[in-house]
Ligand binder design. Structure first.
Ligand code: EPU
Length: 335
């Protein structure tokens, strides 16, 4: 796919905090990264033409010219320093659970955050029946929640069943009606635009619904959380209840990216889409879920183009019928 760097919409896929648009005309193409960096950076695995369908929960997405998997945090920071200096168009990939990647090939560098930042989970006593826990951004969210349960750390049960990584959940301020990840956040550990490691206190961040408000270009490396000591059995029971409710109201078994749209203030995107009669509406193998109208499911061989066409169709209908402009929750990669 021919792409204009100025027009390129580099989605801030989890867990990058902002759009990263390289200066037009000065950036090195991602396809040249292999030759330039694969020998120099020994602790980074570089793959050519890696299909993004293998890394997104929608199971769609064509090949990217360079896919990099740093093996350690140092390798990750070294790689990011190099690609920023070279002006290479790149995105950071967390769990791939909230993105739509295009079908065609893209001359893009995708940097996968795990396993580099996955291992670090630490607990410290915070007094008064509370504990501090640190989780690396590349850790799977469900694995981190399992760790919290086992160690009697309560406070994040509302996130049970949300896919993706800790980093992705932080960038998106993932949550439900019962709460969101920032409720338990103390501070976030980032690599800033200049490649410096910094800690941003929760109070410094303009946190909002489904956004942590991170400065442009920040990459989340991990999060520090304040959690309550609680019996593992009580945490387990709360998680089981949340998972049971999710199973009743949300589709299971088909690839998807969860909710497609943010809820408009005071309204439910799912209820509006259902009222517009769009449940079951299909473009190719992409379908507005019969179970929850704010989900689009891949019934088999959906293409990104089908999903995008369906998203646009839903947006048009909701605008025409209710005068509401739906805002996308999922991130679009280079459309
Ligand atoms: N509703 C409908 N029709 C539908 C879907 C929902 O009428 O097809 C109604 C429900 O009956 C309910 C209201 O809309 O009265 C809200 O629905 P629900 O409880 O399912 O919650 P939601 O607002 O649609 C949010 C999060 C979900 C999270 C659930 C669980 C957003 C955009 N979505 O959904 O998060 O799992 O709460 O509490 O905030 C995600 O972000 O990917 C995601 C799945």
């Amino acid at each position: 796919m021919e792409m204009n760097l100025q027009e390129r919409r580099l989605a801030d896929t989890a867990p990058s905090g902002g759009r990263e648009v390289p200066p037009a005309g000065t950036g090195m193409p991602a396809s040249a990264v292999w030759d330039r960096l694969s020998v120099k950076l020994q602790d980074v695995e570089f793959r050519r033409d890696e299909p993004l369908a293998a890394h997104t929960t929608f199971r769609v997405g064509g090949p990217v010219s360079c896919f990099a998997v740093p093996r350690t945090e140092e390798a990750l920071t070294g790689l990011l320093r190099e690609v920023r200096e070279l002006g290479v168009p790149h995105v950071i990939l967390g769990g791939g659970s909230n993105i739509l990647a295009p079908d065609g090939p893209s001359d893009l560098l995708v940097v996968k955050l795990s396993p580099a930042c996955s291992g670090a989970v630490r607990i410290e006593d915070a007094g008064e029946g509370r504990k501090r826990a640190y989780a690396g951004a590349g850790a799977g969210l469900s694995g981190f929640l399992g760790f919290c349960r086992k160690n009697g750390l309560g406070g994040l049960e509302c996130l049970a069943g949300i896919p993706g990584t800790v980093g992705g959940a932080l960038v998106m301020n993932a949550g439900t009606r019962d709460g969101c990840i920032s409720d338990a956040l103390i501070k976030v550990d980032v690599l800033d635009r200049e490649g410096e490691r910094r800690e941003l206190e929760k109070a410094e961040l303009p946190i909002a619904y489904r956004s942590l408000g991170l400065p442009e270009g920040c990459v989340v490396m991990g999060g520090h959380f304040l959690l309550e000591e609680s019996a593992p059995s009580a945490i387990e029971a709360r998680m089981a209840d949340i998972l049971r409710r999710r199973k009743l109201s949300q589709p299971q078994g088909f690839p998807s990216a969860g909710c497609v749209f943010k809820n408009p203030p005071g309204q439910s995107a799912g209820a509006l889409i259902e009222r517009a009669g769009l449940k079951g509406c299909r473009m190719g193998d992409a379908e507005v879920s019969e179970k929850h109208a704010n989900w689009i499911v891949n019934r088999g061989n959906a293409r990104a183009e089908d999903i995008l066409a369906l998203i646009r169709h839903v947006e048009d209908r909701i605008r025409r019928e209710f005068g509401v402009s739906l805002e996308r929750e999922i991130r679009m990669l280079t459309f």
